[in-house]
Design a protein around this ligand. Structure first.
Ligand code: NDP
Length: 474
């Protein structure tokens, strides 16, 4: 975490911390673009990335595959990779990141107050780029089968062994639903696209891909009204019931996977009763402008955009918000600029990938390795706690989690080790380990499974669990 109280100017007499020029909340294209502009304006911005509330850090592009409409990438780019690049660019220009959820906002006084990890940060200006979260259907037994057949992220979970060669279903008629249906044909034997109306809302190019794919069957005028377990122990989804909203008959489909792609709700819980929101909960701004109903508070990205909701429009609005914040801070005489130590920040180069370990490059004391060979060796030979993370190449949450796990292992200075398993390459290992989605993390000691986590968790959870194994009596 970036140190709090690293703000500028005179400390607040009650809180003892100095105000920041600008705090940006949210780490999608809007947040990172705002950070790039603000950092290049020497405003020394602090960006609170978000962690678990309102979707994963990096935003919705972390749960998409190929982004083909973001200018500058003629062959497209994976969503998580695009976000990694934006993050690196923001950091390269001096943005400080705080990898946590903003827990509270107090906009009743200036500087504004933000509560994060139990501390209070104060800031002269704010950019709210908290995005929107995936909706759920809310049907009976949804919780029972969540991560046991039902998922809101086909891109993250599609490669799970249970979905291989099984019938799968996607609900929705937008670009997400179409993209996910096409993606899932890589794994399932057949994909049912369940559309509540008579047309696809998706772009023509995406809709054409669905129509041209013989493995996809579109069910028009259909709503999922029930889910049922598969025969046997009943722990995994086995069937869905479709109803006809126009009053027609219902039918049952034998599917092992049900993926939601039914739109999003803006993440404005923190701002309720403090800023003007529209009836759907979106922040209200003047069309094409980032100003909210409070001076010095700006909105960027999907949190204020129910209409366009594209990566590129979010990025553009992040730029506008940063420029507006800079102008306002200067006009108020509040901007305390911090010249960067280096006029030209160092190039970060291309990200380095961990090579898959084999007999030649396996290292028994390495902190982090990749692949089945390293897993087998460490599982049998190591007497240290072993963290195994199951991921897939397009899994955005895995991109968020892996650096956190590496930090945990670094902090433990070699007293524990980690292995990464790509469930696409090492399908058998994933199946044997009972992995039902990515990311899954398992913690072993002396060949015994001690704990398992699904999804992105705080670093402290892993640290505590490993610490308990290292110091059993404390
Ligand atoms: P959208 O809001 O565009 O679509 C949501 C879909 O879910 C609609 O078809 C809607 O039906 C349906 N739906 C909503 N609620 C229910 C419900 N309770 N039961 C059944 N169906 C329901 O969301 P998307 O996530 O698809 O897209 C969001 C934005 O992101 C869009 O602007 C899209 O273009 C963009 N995007 C772009 C991609 C790309 O270019 N690669 C990939 C993914 C998204 P109805 O149509 O009847 O309202």
């Amino acid at each position: 975490m970036a140190a709090s109280g690293t703000g500028l100017g005179a400390p607040d007499p009650n809180l003892g911390v100095a105000p920041e020029n600008l705090v940006i909340i949210g780490s999608g294209p809007a947040g990172y673009t705002a950070a790039i502009y603000a950092a290049r304006a020497n405003l020394n911005p602090l960006l609170i990335t978000g962690f678990q509330v309102g979707g994963i850090a990096g935003g919705q592009l972390m749960t998409t595959t190929h982004v083909e409409n973001f200018p500058g990438f003629p062959d497209g780019i994976l969503g998580p990779e695009l976000m990694d690049r934006m993050k690196s660019q923001a950091v390269r220009w001096g943005t400080r990141l705080l990898e946590a959820d903003a827990e509270g906002l107090d906009l009743s006084q200036r500087p504004y107050r933000i509560r994060v990890e139990g501390q209070t940060i104060i800031s002269q200006s704010l950019i709210l780029a908290t995005g929107a979260s995936a909706n759920r259907l809310g049907i009976a037994d949804e919780d029972r089968f969540w991560s046991r057949g039902i998922s809101a992220c086909a891109i993250c979970d599609g490669a799970t062994p249970q979905f291989r060669n099984a019938q799968l279903a996607v609900v929705g008629g937008g670009d997400s639903a179409c993209e996910e249906a096409v993606y899932l044909t890589k794994y399932g034997s057949k994909v049912h696209l369940i559309v509540r109306g008579a047309r696809l809302r998706a772009s023509a190019a995406m809709a054409d891909r669905v129509r041209a794919n013989p493995a996809i069957t579109v069910h028009w005028h259909r709503q999922v009204i029930g889910v049922a377990p598969e025969p046997g122990d009943g722990n995994w989804l086995g069937a869905i019931t479709l109803g006809d909203p126009t009053g027609g008959s219902s039918e049952t489909l034998p599917v092992r996977g049900l993926f939601y792609a039914i739109g999003h709700t803006p993440n404005t819980q923190l701002m309720r009763d403090q800023l003007a929101l529209d009836p759907r909960g979106y922040l209200i701004t003047r069309a094409g402008h980032p100003e909210t109903s409070l001076e010095g508070v700006y909105a960027a990205g999907d949190v204020a955009d129910a209409e366009w909701r594209q990566g590129i429009t979010a990025a553009a609005s992040g730029c506008q918000a940063a420029l507006a914040a800079e102008r306002w801070l200067s006009a108020q005489g509040l901007a305390l600029t911090v010249p960067r130590a280096e006029v030209e920040p160092k190039s970060l180069g291309e990200p380095v990938q961990t090579p898959v370990s084999d007999g030649d490059n396996y290292d028994p004391v390495a902190l982090w390795q990749k692949g089945g060979y390293a897993l087998r060796k460490l599982y049998h030979d190591s007497n240290r706690p072993l963290l195994v993370v199951y991921s897939s190449p397009s899994c955005g949450p895995c991109h968020v989690l892996k650096p956190q796990l590496k930090r945990v292992l670094k902090e433990l200075e070699g007293r524990a080790q980690g292995v990464e398993i790509d469930i696409e390459t090492d399908q058998d290992i994933a199946e044997q380990a009972g992995v039902t989605g990515t990311p899954t993390v398992q913690l072993f000691l002396n060949k015994e499974l001690k704990q398992q986590w699904k999804g992105v968790k705080q670093r402290s959870e892993f640290l505590q669990a490993i610490d308990a194994l290292l110091n059993p009596s404390s």
